[in-house]
Design a protein around this ligand. Sequence first.
Ligand SMILES: Nc1nc2c(c(CN[C@H]3C=C[C@H](O)[C@@H]3O)cn2[C@@H]2O[C@H](COP(=O)(O)O)[C@@H](O)[C@H]2O)c(=O)[nH]1
Length: 341
Amino acid sequence: MDAPLPPRESAQFIAERSRDVFIDGGGVRRVAELLLAEASGPGLRLEGWKALHELNPQAADEAAVSWVFLTDTLNFSFWSESDEHKCLVKYRGRAYSGYWALCAAVHRALDQGIPITSASYYATVTLDEVRHIFRSDTEVSMPMMEERHRILNETGTILLEKFGGSFLNCVRKSENSAQKLVSLVVENFPSYRDVTQFEGKRVSFYKRAQILVADTWSVLEGKGDGCFTDISSVTMFADYRLPQVLVHLGALKYSDELLKKLRKGEMLSYGDRQEVEIRGCSLWCVELIRDCLLELIDRKSEKPNAEINSILLDYCLWDYARDHREDMKGIPFHRTRCIYY
Ligand SMILES: Nc1nc2c(c(CN[C@H]3C=C[C@H](O)[C@@H]3O)cn2[C@@H]2O[C@H](COP(=O)(O)O)[C@@H](O)[C@H]2O)c(=O)[nH]1
């Protein structure tokens, strides 16, 4: 079977044929201007990954890389039916939700002596143990617990068989190429194969594979094994938060029909035409925002302290979405239950 289009090309192909999701040129520019103000701050710098997030590993060693691999292997589908009743994990006096609940649960387990980031442990961890490790401190559990258990066993077994139980060995096989690492991950770990169809073409988003490469780059601070020569070729990560924030900021628009459907809380299945259009147009929209931002920076002839790329734009917009949850209440996120994002 022919290889799918890579994410960036997939996004352009989808955006050019989209019927229910549209990119707004004026909105793209306004977001670029909003981010220009950030260009010299920590929000758009690689160092922000550690400095702004207390649950991200602060070290840059093999254990930190293993932590990133474990969390990104489980980095999907945290949204709950109602925002009032959701999974929360308390850790060091704070209650975390969504993706951060996952990270808090990993730290809680490690503090209790459970080696959850070790492949030899999660390759054979039982469902009951997974339920205990990722237990919620509310009556709402983390979604898709059975799928998380299956993926842990599958991924741990493969990591032991093919990479000596350490994701750092896989990183080293990429020889400092981000694209090669994305390929190694999707070729060897089935749960990362975020591929679907659109108008007869096989398209890919590779959301978890790309964020895994980005987080590996971040945790290794862009140095040594984490110094990827082609890191700027990695695109934003097509999840369910970025589309929501891009619509909120006016860079993306939904048709009335789609907006009505999302407002009613209707589910979209993975691979549905509208679901693919939301993900593809969001990815392409961030590429256009990046191009516009780089143009604005050139015009201001203010050299940013480090190269701005789609990863840093994504992190910044995702954090923005987290910090503006209340303002975004009127904009629905699309509800898809899957293991890919
Ligand atoms: N596009 C994009 N999607 C991201 C992330 C992250 C966290 N990563 C970075 C964040 C801080 C550190 O810098 C990490 O590196 C999680 N997600 C996705 O969001 C969804 C969870 O959302 P909520 O239910 O609100 O927690 C779910 O699909 C999850 O897969 C990101 O950065 N970008």
